[in-house]
Write a protein that binds this ligand. Structure first.
Ligand code: KIV
Ligand code: NA
Length: 262
């Protein structure tokens, strides 16, 4: 999979399947199941390191896991998160992204937010580092947001989110993740943008879907998020669960209304 390949999928109306991975063995499982995009998410701070937020994750952590995942892949597009504060200004963000690409083997970096973040997105894009934006529930902003909650619920918040999505695309992003936003708003943003939009808790109207792999295998301790689904339940192998997820996304069977916000 390539960056132009993702754009072609949007143009052809083929759903993009994205899933997180944190090590080489899971990466190989994703690749065998035909997942299009592997994301080394800073969610690793919670599901691998056992922390209560993504804020303590460092660029060293991200480079380590990205390199491990890269060794398990040959054809899957590899995206890595810029962790908290590793993108705080243009020079720092360029250094961080360069490490994820050159040492980690990422083809694309993901960055949370809009506003002044757009300057950073533009600087990365100018250096031909493909960028994935991330809007809606941005976990690195948990302290400002006051928790992990659905975003864009009021008319004003929805309009701000719509404008932010357009600004992220205009800054040069090649992909956008929308997390925990009402399905109708996500569908509206997806239709308005020319870059592919990947949803998590954003309904069926996006160009593709992403989940945290341990959530969709029922491994993450505690309550499963509403937007996720245990694909291992009733199946006898992790490979079968990942293949079922890929199939359900492509056939528009996942997410259902029960995994989405109205
Ligand atoms: O860190 C992560 O896993 C993510 C996805 C949930 C989009 O950012
Ligand atoms: Na993340």
């Amino acid at each position: 999979m390539t960056v132009p390949g993702l754009k072609a999928m949007k143009a052809e109306g083929r759903k993009i399947v994205m899933l997180t991975a944190y090590d080489a063995s899971f990466a190989a499982q994703l690749e065998s199941a035909g997942v299009d995009v592997a994301l080394v998410g800073d969610s690793l701070g919670m599901v691998v390191q056992g922390r209560s937020s993504t804020l303590p994750v460092t660029i060293d952590d991200m480079v380590y896991h990205t390199a491990a995942v890269a060794r398990g892949l040959s054809a899957t597009l590899l995206v890595a998160d810029l962790p908290f504060m590793s993108d705080r200004d243009v020079p720092t963000a360029l250094d961080s992204a360069a490490r994820l690409v050159a040492q980690g083997g990422a083809a694309m970096v993901k960055i949370e937010g809009a506003g002044r973040v757009c300057t950073v997105i533009a600087a990365l894009a100018e250096r031909d580092i493909p960028v994935c934006g991330h809007l809606g529930l941005t976990p690195q902003s948990v302290n400002r947001l006051g928790g992990y909650k659905v975003q864009g619920k009021t008319e004003a918040a929805a309009e701000q989110l719509f404008a932010d999505a357009q600004a992220v695309e205009a800054a040069g992003a090649d992909l956008l993740v929308l997390e925990c936003v009402p399905s109708s708003l996500a569908a509206r943003i997806t239709a308005a943008l020319s870059i592919p939009v990947i949803g998590i808790g954003a309904g069926i109207g996006c160009d593709g879907q992403v989940l945290v792999v341990y959530d969709m295998l029922g491994l993450t301790p505690g309550k499963r998020p509403k937007f996720s689904k245990d694909f291992l339940a009733g199946r006898d192998a992790i490979s079968a669960a990942i293949a079922a997820y890929a199939d359900d996304v492509r056939e528009k069977r996942f997410p259902g209304p029960e995994h989405s916000f109205s």
